[in-house]
Design a protein around this ligand. Structure first.
Ligand code: C2O
Ligand code: CU
Length: 446
């Protein structure tokens, strides 16, 4: 990839104000076009779509148990909705057009979202209408819910990872959702930004402990970040606490999040690369960790803190009902008649459903309060991050809690959960070009 070609020369990005936070959340999110310098001053700014004028939109910070109330005002030329990814909220607040609400109309439509935040963790918000284009143009932001007693760290940071397809003038390449992208791996770009700009370096201090919240807001790109000379521990996945452990193999599909505990144990003045190596042969440097020259803040680190579990009901495996859901299609995959002509390339249990058809009939009817094990089968030759709305599930029988699972090509996974949240919920691939061309379904809990 030719991302290096866009790097602004030299300018080390120190602790930019975007990395700091206040808990004064905006009462309003306004969608409009904006211009932003994604690739540095040597190139023109890029025309983007933004919440409150910036990409990513504002970091919303609440404390667990608080209530979010935000009025959305849509000044774009396109209808939209806001989905609060990963939050176990009432169905009517889920932001799925035609299923849970009417679209928020172009040129002035408004809608107020209001709901409680039961779980602490790293979540995010984005449109659920025309997603390949709307997310691809910059509509997303972090939603952070702090624990009632957060673990002691020196800094709590959010990195929103986004992927852009830009031309030489740093303009977005059009053709969102084209058939070529949609029938293959999705729209993978040529420029990766962290919090809305490419970063040359990120300054840390020796001895500091950082909680780093990674959010993959990209349409289709998968990340496998490693920190040279460091062993960050994954302490949460998709917002939910994990038993702290070292893990070299963090893989973040679109929509997924990970909270890392990064102990900065290297020497003052030293430099370390952060490498994203998910695509073999196409590893690149995301940025450098640049240690300031100050003497270390501390010599030894406290043990890794344990985050308190979220109040997610535990599935009862002995009585769980099982269902099998098969994801199919793609280039060379089998498809129902006429699908390709209709621009549909993917299926869930044999059916290809266009993005937000007015009538979705559920592929599963789940009984409220009942435990379920879903066997998710990927029959295709492609990766699919499968995301369920309104719930968290265990990966495997007793694995980590999450709201997404990345299915490798020709693989399967099981997830277990209690269907405790009534309503119609999306189950879909978070490669947005796949979602928009058939790989989405509805699960009804009643
Ligand atoms: Cu972030 Cu339906 O997804
Ligand atoms: Cu997919």
């Amino acid at each position: 990839m030719d991302r290096r070609g866009f790097l602004a020369s030299g300018a080390a990005l120190a602790l930019s104000p975007r990395f700091s936070f206040s808990r004064e959340n905006p009462a309003r999110l306004r969608l409009a076009t904006s211009r932003q310098s994604l690739v540095g001053a040597a190139h023109p700014a890029t025309q983007v779509w933004a919440y409150n004028g910036a990409v990513p939109g504002p970091v919303l910070r609440y404390r667990q148990g608080e209530r979010l109330r935000i009025e959305v005002e849509n000044a774009l030329d396109a209808d939209t909705t806001v989905h609060w990814h990963g939050v176990r909220l009432p169905n009517a607040m889920d932001g799925v057009p035609h299923l849970t609400q009417a679209p928020i109309a172009a040129k002035g439509g408004r809608f107020t979202y209001e709901f409680d935040l039961p779980d602490a963790g790293t979540f995010w918000y984005h449109p659920h209408l025309g997603s390949p284009e709307q997310v691809g143009r910059g509509l997303y932001g972090a939603l952070i819910v702090e624990e009632r007693a957060p673990p002691q760290v020196d800094r709590d940071l959010v990195w929103v990872l986004a992927d852009w397809r830009l031309d030489r003038e740093a303009r977005l390449v059009e053709g969102f959702g084209n058939a070529m992208d949609a029938s293959h791996a999705g729209r993978i770009g040529n420029t990766v930004t962290v919090n809305g700009a490419i970063r040359e370096s990120f300054t840390v201090r020796a001895g500091e402990r950082i909680r780093l919240r990674l959010i993959n807001a990209s349409n289709a790109r998968i990340y496998a970040p490693t920190f040279e000379g460091h062993e960050p521990r994954i302490i949460a996945l998709d917002g939910h606490p994990l038993v702290a452990h070292r893990d070299a193999s963090l893989v973040l599909g679109p929509g997924m999040r990970a909270d890392l505990l990064l102990d900065c144990a290297a020497q003052p003045g030293s430099t370390h690369r952060v490498i994203d190596g998910f695509y073999r042969q196409r590893a690149y440097e995301l940025m450098k960790l640049q240690y300031a020259s100050e003497k270390p803040l501390r010599q030894a680190f406290a043990p890794v803190p344990r985050l308190p579990p979220n109040p997610v009901p535990e599935p009862e495996l002995s009585s769980a009902q099982r269902h099998r859901i098969v994801f199919g299609g793609g280039m060379m995959g089998a498809l129902p008649a006429q699908s390709r002509q209709r621009g549909l390339f993917w299926t869930v249990n044999g059916a290809a459903v266009p993005e937000h058809e007015h009538q979705h009939s559920p592929i599963l009817n789940l009984r409220r309060g009942q435990s379920y094990v879903l066997e998710l089968v990927n029959e295709t030759a492609w990766h699919h991050p499968i995301h369920l709305h309104g719930h968290a599930f265990r990966l495997g029988a007793a694995g980590a809690w999450a709201d997404s699972v990345l299915l490798d090509p020709k693989s399967r996974a099981e997830v277990a959960f209690v269907a405790d949240n009534p309503g119609d919920w999306m189950l879909h691939c978070h490669v947005l070009e796949h979602q928009a061309t058939g790989m989405m379904a509805v699960v009804r809990v009643a």
